[in-house]
Write a protein that binds this ligand. Structure first.
Ligand code: FPP
Length: 245
């Protein structure tokens, strides 16, 4: 078996270990399409291809978790045609993932309230989750109908319900973390936002308190191993102090 598919992957791994967990705000699909005179949905399709490429690359260089913002709780405000196209794209992506997950070694998981999605999509997600249990490799957490504040409020509600039922105990950061969608997943050391904007847009506010933030101008559909390497190199240049000296 070929361990590394590219020379770049090999070089990156040899230098320093990569972050264990990378989070990405996949931004810039609309602008990428507009610049080519294409409909916005073409940008999302290209973005989905990029996700495939980036997931494989992250697996090859030894990243254990990749978390991507695919659809936020605010994205429902987009035109219905765009929302429908994104859902159809997701369905197609999952279908292919189900077929290839074992071979590709990209284990899919989901953060967000998926119960409001179509029954077909929910069934596909359930199928994907079941299959994922058997897979090693990189874990791809797809944030779907995800909002960071929503995640925190839901966790607080769950805690309150427990406390009301007399199952409280002490509320610590660890206990609270286990009530989030990301329970059991270590916090991302590196968060990358392509597309030039410099904000977090309600993405993983609890989990990214100590993440290194790397903002890049490249639009998401143009992203690839080179940009991931650049972001990781920037991460390695930063001095992480976690509030210490
Ligand atoms: C932001 O681009 C991107 C999104 C709202 C959706 C991201 C989705 C994908 C990359 C593909 C689907 C994912 C899966 C898992 C199949 P934008 O349209 O806001 O870009 P703009 O800022 O240039 O307008």
């Amino acid at each position: 078996m070929k361990l590394f598919r590219s020379k770049r992957a090999r070089t990156a791994v040899r230098k320093e270990p990569p972050p264990r967990h990378i989070a990405i705000i996949m931004d810039g699909n609309g602008r990428w399409a507009k610049r080519r005179g294409l409909p916005g949905t073409a940008g999302h399709s290209a973005g989905a291809e990029t996700l495939r490429r980036v997931s494989s690359y992250c697996r090859d260089i030894g990243v254990q978790y990749l978390t991507v913002y695919a659809f936020s709780t605010e994205n429902w405000k987009r035109p219905k045609e765009e929302v429908d196209a994104l859902m159809a794209l997701l369905d197609k992506y999952l279908l292919e993932a189900i077929e290839k997950m074992e071979r590709e070694r990209v284990r899919m998981a989901f953060f967000g309230d998926t119960t409001v999605l179509s029954p077909e999509l929910q069934a596909r997600i359930a199928q994907t989750r079941k299959l994922a249990q058997k897979i090693d490799g990189v874990q791809l957490n797809v944030c779907l109908n995800y909002g960071g504040r929503d995640e925190i409020v839901r966790a607080a509600r769950r805690w309150a319900e427990r406390a009301a039922a007399g199952e409280g105990g002490e509320l610590t950061e660890e206990v609270f973390s286990d009530l989030l969608w990301s329970a059991g997943v270590p916090d991302p050391e590196l968060l990358i936002r392509p597309g030039g904007e410099k904000r977090l847009s309600n993405f993983l506010p609890w989990q990214t308190t100590y993440s290194e933030l790397v903002f890049m101008d490249t639009l998401w559909p143009d992203f690839g191993p080179k940009q991931i390497d650049e972001a990781i190199a920037e991460y390695h240049r930063r001095e992480r102090r976690f509030g210490g000296v």
